[in-house]
Design a protein around this ligand. Structure first.
Ligand code: CAA
Length: 440
């Protein structure tokens, strides 16, 4: 069976940066370490006044097409995943195609376009859709572009404000991919939840503490479901575990849960039993409360073991590098985690070809998905072609009052106009409703 997966990838960050420990924390009267150590964030990317989900998506896609030498006729499908949509009818992908048609001679009239929404997991769902479209043979030899784009803004003074971010990830999905191939097997955990909602409102209503618990519960189910279709998996089977990263502290919690789940009934559990005891099993307890107390105690002990810390340091920590600097990109976040991991391997001269990734996606509302990916021969060339550092380094550093003004400018309910803080350079810019995405 021909492999299908991600052939190439590009990102586009918002052009502004908010420093959390130095600019945000003093204004909020918080200890900077709440952000750096607790949430695990140093900065967040923010959109300048001329940027939005369309321009970031178009800029990422344009760079992807240029780098891969693609013309519109090579692309048979454009899907956008976002939870920041501004139009309830027309998909964002039509706006993106409109932008791209300004710079190519051909057009995308032949391409199937759509928009996916299921909070942050929609990026992975769009990837799955493109995979299925190619696997079904409906692609007529063409590739798909899947874009995850969000301006992940919260109302000011909402606890989520510290985890904001803005950026787009564009992925080229094709047969015989150069970066990673996707597993046929997937595991799901899905339930009707109300932890994070945006019913006809721009900024989310979120029960932050509960959302953390829902993320963990659905991820546990997805892991179980994955194992039920793919068979037992061992933590050492994977070079990296990119997970949805609303903030790195969330992944710290998810990682130990995943590890606990993966080591059950393995040689590792036997070795650790001498150090921290056996992993509790529900049948050994009279009620759920007693079982969960014992499980929490075991998980805390597990997270302190050298064995777990080594696994975390090698497999999870490298996935968090970019997230620490950009915050939450919602639909793009798990795809940013994959890029972080592959960049870490390239920088450390690790030979990844043929190795596997354990990918954990999550969307509030709520659903988690586990699938695995196999790194392809040409991965290094692909990942080294990204200009992530250049994009992050050239962001404009916001003062707190500039941050407040730009937040207001992006608030759909306010009529605030602000001067651009950066100068667009050969990029698509937001130029007013109805005239979106002109290239400057
Ligand atoms: N030094 C070190 N650590 C500190 C500290 C200090 N001085 N002060 C606080 N901390 C730690 C806390 O102990 C806590 O860590 P633990 O959770 O491990 O205990 C961490 O910093 C955060 O502190 P708080 O819990 O007090 O922070 P908060 O209540 O202000 O906000 C939050 C946390 C509720 C997650 C909030 O950021 C939020 O609402 N975020 C948006 C929702 C979200 O991202 N949820 C994640 C799951 S849902 C999802 O993933 C979908 C999505 O993308 C939104």
């Amino acid at each position: 069976m021909t492999e299908v997966g991600i052939d190439a990838i590009e990102i586009r960050t918002g052009n502004l940066r908010l420093d959390l420990p130095n600019t945000f924390a003093p204004q909020k009267g918080e200890d900077p370490e709440k952000y750096t150590k607790g949430l695990g964030l140093t900065g967040s990317s923010f959109p300048d006044s001329y940027e939005d989900i369309v321009t970031m998506a178009a800029n990422a896609s344009h760079r992807l097409m240029e780098r891969k030498g693609l013309e519109p006729e090579d692309i048979g499908r454009i899907d956008v995943a976002t939870e920041s949509a501004f139009d309830n009818s027309k998909p964002v992908s039509t706006y993106v195609a409109g932008c791209l048609e300004q710079v190519y001679e051909g057009d995308f009239h032949h391409a199937n376009k759509g928009e996916r929404k299921f909070a942050c997991i929609a990026g992975t769902q769009s990837l799955d859709d493109a995979y299925n479209w190619i696997r079904a043979g409906r692609n007529r030899g063409k590739a798909a572009i899947v874009i995850a784009t969000d301006t992940a803004l919260y109302a000011r003074d909402d606890p989520g404000e510290a985890t904001q971010g803005a950026g787009a990830v564009a992925m080229l999905i094709d047969e015989d991919p150069d970066l990673v191939s996707l597993s046929v097997e997937q595991g799901y955990g899905s339930a009707d939840e109300t932890d994070f909602l945006k019913p006809n409102q721009q900024f989310p209503s979120v029960d932050g503490k509960r959302s953390v618990q829902v993320y963990l519960a659905r991820m546990r189910e997805a892991l179980e479901d994955y194992k039920s279709v793919a068979g037992a998996i061992h933590p050492d089977d994977f070079a990296y575990g990119p997970f949805h990263t609303p903030f790195p502290g969330m992944v710290r919690k998810a990682a130990v849960l995943a590890y606990r789940n993966l080591i059950r009934d393995t040689d590792i559990a036997d070795v650790l039993a001498e150090e921290i005891g056996e992993q509790p099993r529900r049948d050994d307890f009279a009620d759920d409360d007693a079982f969960f107390d014992a499980l929490t105690e075991y998980t805390d002990a597990l997270s302190g073991t050298e064995r777990y810390q080594d696994w975390y340091g090698a497999t999870i920590e490298p996935t968090l590098g970019i997230a620490r600097e950009v915050g939450n990109w919602y639909t793009g976040s798990v795809h940013v985690a994959r890029i972080s991991a592959l960049r870490h391997a390239a920088a450390n001269d690790i030979d990844l070809a043929g190795q596997r990734l354990l990918v954990g996606s999550y969307g509030s509302g709520a659903q988690a998905e586990i699938h695995t990916e196999t790194v392809q021969e040409n991965w290094r060339e692909e990942i080294e072609a990204l200009n992530v550092d250049e994009q992050l380094d050239r962001r404009y550093e916001l003062t707190f009052s500039e941050y407040e003004e730009i937040h207001d400018a992006h608030n759909h309910e306010m009529d605030t106009e602000v001067e651009e803080l950066t100068t667009p350079e050969s990029e698509f810019v937001f130029d007013g409703w109805g005239r979106m995405g002109e290239r400057k």
